[in-house]
Structures are given as structure tokens and as C-alpha cells.
Design a binder for this molecule. Structure first.
Ligand SMILES: CC(C)(COP(=O)(O)OP(=O)(O)OC[C@H]1O[C@@H](n2cnc3c(N)ncnc32)[C@H](O)[C@@H]1OP(=O)(O)O)[C@@H](O)C(=O)NCCC(=O)NCCS
Length: 128
């Protein structure tokens, strides 16, 4: 993943990790990053499905570089594929670091969501 992958897109989330999110190496826990990715992609999926969705699969995740405490974290997410009831959401996590505001790709992933009806069963996506 490069910065070019998110050119022209707005981040869905912009967050700053807290001291409690650091592991013994001084890096941010992978689970914290995963959680932000799930939240951001869930927002996109719910908007596209116009209603409830659930994460059904995390198909791919790659941690490219460590995230540091002072990083401003931008989480980008967009629809990569629409199925009948499911949506594959591509997620890219970019850090803005230091006074020079260097942009560093941190993580990417592909999460799959399913639109749910009131019985928590798959529901067809609305027409585009
Ligand atoms: C989501 C859930 C209702 C799907 O039920 P299911 O019986 O597997 O449904 P289906 O087999 O009809 O599949 C529904 C869609 O999901 C897709 N899907 C199911 N499992 C998948 C997987 N492992 N990877 C990618 N897509 C998957 C199917 O391809 C189908 O897509 P399509 O309609 O676009 O072709 C069920 O698996 C569930 O409740 N899972 C728990 C969800 C959850 O609690 N998530 C964590 C908290 S949000």
C-alpha cells in the first residue's frame, strides 16, 4: 500500500492513540488498530447497506510499519465489492507523524460485512 491508494479520499476516522494503547515495545497494540479499522469499515458498510451490518470476515490484514504514540491516525475505508448481501470494504491506515507531518502507511485490510435483517439474518443490499 502507498499514500497514492488514498489520494482524493477523506478519512472516515481521525484518532490519536492514548498511553494505555501502547505495548511493551512502545508501539500501539495491533488490536487497537484492528478495532479502529472495524469501526471505520462498519460506518462505510452500514451507510452502503442503509441499515444493520455485521463483520463476517477479515480476509486480509498487513501491518506495514509500527504506529507510535504521537501519531495522528487516519483510517480510510471504501467499498471494494458489492455482493448480493455482502460488502467487501478496503481499509487503509495512515499515520501523520511529527512537525513535518510525514505520511506513513501503517496497515491495510479487507473486511467483509453482511447486511442484516431484524432477525439477524442476511438481507439483500438496497439497489444503487
Ligand atoms: C453474518 C451471518 C448472518 C451470515 O450468515 P450465513 O449463514 O453465513 O449467510 P450466507 O451463507 O447466506 O452468506 C451471506 C453472505 O456473506 C458472505 N460470506 C459468508 N461467509 C463469508 C466469509 N467467511 N468470507 C467472505 N464472505 C462471506 C456470503 O458469500 C454471502 O455473500 P453474498 O450474499 O453477497 O453472495 C452469520 O455468519 C453471523 O451471524 N456471523 C456473526 C457476525 C458477527 O457477530 N460479527 C461480529 C460482530 S459484528
Amino acid at each position: 500500500m502507498t499514500i497514492d491508494n488514498v489520494k482524493g479520499r477523506e478519512p472516515i476516522l481521525r484518532v490519536v492513540p492514548q498511553p494505555r494503547d501502547i505495548n511493551a515495545n512502545g508501539h500501539i497494540f495491533g488490536g487497537w488498530i484492528l478495532s479502529q479499522m472495524d469501526i471505520a469499515s462498519g460506518i462505510v458498510a452500514q451507510r452502503e447497506a442503509r441499515g444493520a451490518v455485521a463483520t463476517v470476515a477479515v480476509d486480509r490484514m498487513e501491518f506495514i510499519a509500527p504506529m507510535l504514540l504521537q501519531d495522528l491516525v487516519s483510517v480510510y475505508a471504501w467499498v471494494e465489492r458489492r455482493g448480493r448481501t455482502s460488502l467487501a470494504i478496503r481499509i487503509a491506515v495512515i499515520a501523520t507523524r511529527g512537525v513535518d507531518e510525514e505520511k506513513i502507511p501503517l496497515t491495510e485490510g479487507l473486511f467483509t460485512f453482511v447486511a442484516l435483517d431484524e432477525n439477524h439474518r442476511p438481507r439483500p443490499l438496497p439497489e444503487k
